[in-house]
Design a protein around this ligand. Structure first.
Ligand code: ZN
Length: 267
C-alpha cells in the first residue's frame, strides 16, 4: 500500500481492496473519475445495481483530489476505499495524475490505455464532456480518446509485468451527468439501491458532511448540495416513472436486444 507517497508514479491500490489476483482480473465495467468521489456522485447507483446482478466493476481515480478544500489526501484514500466497499467494487486504483493540471495528451492517454488494456472492460463509464469543474470535461475527453486509442494495435503499451499488452476497445462508453444538467441518452432506474448509493456518497465524510472540523464550507459540503443530489435523482426518476434514477449520455447510439430491458411504467 502506497498511501501518502505522492511522487510515486506507480498507481495505488486502495488499502482494503488489494489482493494479488484482483490486480489482473478482467472487469465487466470500469468506472473512471477525475477526482475520488466523481464516480460515487455520478454512477454509484448503476454500479451497485449491476454488481447485485452479478457484474464485476472497478474504479479508476485519475487524481488524488489534492486541490480539494476539505480533508487530506490520506482521508480521501480511506473514504474512497470505504465507498468502494459499500458498492462492492472489485478493484480501485489511483493514477496520481495532477489534480487541476493533468492534460489530455499522449502521456496521460497512455497511462489510461494501460489500465483499460489491463482490465479489458466491456463498458467504460466516465466523466461528462463539459462541466462546471474544468477537470471533469477534460477527463471526459481524455477517457473518450483513451478508449478509442486503446483499440489500436500500433499503440504499444506494457503491462505491470513488463509484457506487451493486447489492444482492447470497450464496446460502450457512457458519460455520467455531473454538476451541469445535460439531456440524458439513457436513464437508469436506481430506486432499489438508493440507500446504498447515498451511503457510498456519504463515505466521503470530509467532503459532504458538515462537521466540527476547521475546514471551510464549500459548494459541495452544504446541506443544499445533498438535497440537490437527491432532487436530481428524483427528477430523472420521474421522467421514467420510478422514484430515483441516474442519467447518462453516449456519443454512440445504444442498441438493445430485448424489450425486457425497458422500464415499463405508466407515466
Ligand atoms: Zn470532481
Amino acid at each position: 500500500m502506497l498511501i501518502g507517497k505522492r511522487n510515486n508514479r506507480r498507481p495505488t491500490h486502495y488499502r482494503s481492496l488489494i489482493t494479488h489476483y484482483l490486480a489482473f482480473m478482467k472487469l465487466d465495467i470500469l468506472a473512471i473519475g477525475s477526482h475520488p468521489d466523481d464516480v460515487e456522485l455520478g454512477c454509484s447507483g448503476l454500479l451497485i445495481s449491476e454488481i447485485k446482478k452479478g457484474k464485476t466493476a472497478g474504479i479508476i481515480d485519475l487524481t488524488q483530489g489534492e486541490l480539494g478544500t476539505r480533508g487530506t489526501i490520506e482521508t480521501r484514500y480511506q473514504e474512497a476505499a470505504d465507498a468502494a466497499k459499500v458498492m462492492g467494487i472489485s478493484v480501485r486504483e489511483n493514477l496520481k495524475m495532477r489534480d487541476g493540471f493533468f492534460r489530455n495528451d499522449e502521456e496521460h492517454q497512455r497511462q489510461l490505455i494501460q489500465v483499460i488494456r489491463k482490465y479489458q472492460p466491456e463498458i467504460v463509464i466516465g466523466n461528462i464532456l463539459e462541466d462546471r469543474h474544468p477537470d471533469h470535461g477534460r477527463a471526459g475527453w481524455l477517457i473518450y480518446d483513451a478508449c478509442f486509442f486503446s483499440g489500436l494495435r500500433q499503440i504499444k503499451t506494457l503491462g505491470d509485468d513488463g509484457e506487451e499488452q493486447e489492444k482492447w476497445r470497450p464496446k460502450m462508453l457512457l458519460h455520467y451527468i455531473q454538476d451541469r444538467f445535460y439531456e440524458p441518452d439513457i436513464i437508469y432506474d436506481i430506486s432499489d439501491v438508493w440507500e446504498q448509493r447515498m451511503e457510498a456518497v456519504k463515505a466521503y465524510s470530509t467532503q459532504f458532511l458538515p462537521s466540527g472540523s476547521a475546514d471551510p464550507q464549500t459548494y459541495i459540503s452544504s446541506p443544499e448540495f445533498m438535497e440537490a443530489l437527491s432532487a436530481r435523482a428524483r427528477l430523472l426518476g420521474k421522467r421514467i416513472g420510478v422514484k430515483y434514477a441516474e442519467g447518462f449520455i453516449s456519443k454512440k447510439n445504444i442498441g438493445i436486444r430485448s424489450l425486457d430491458s425497458l422500464v415499463l411504467v405508466e407515466t
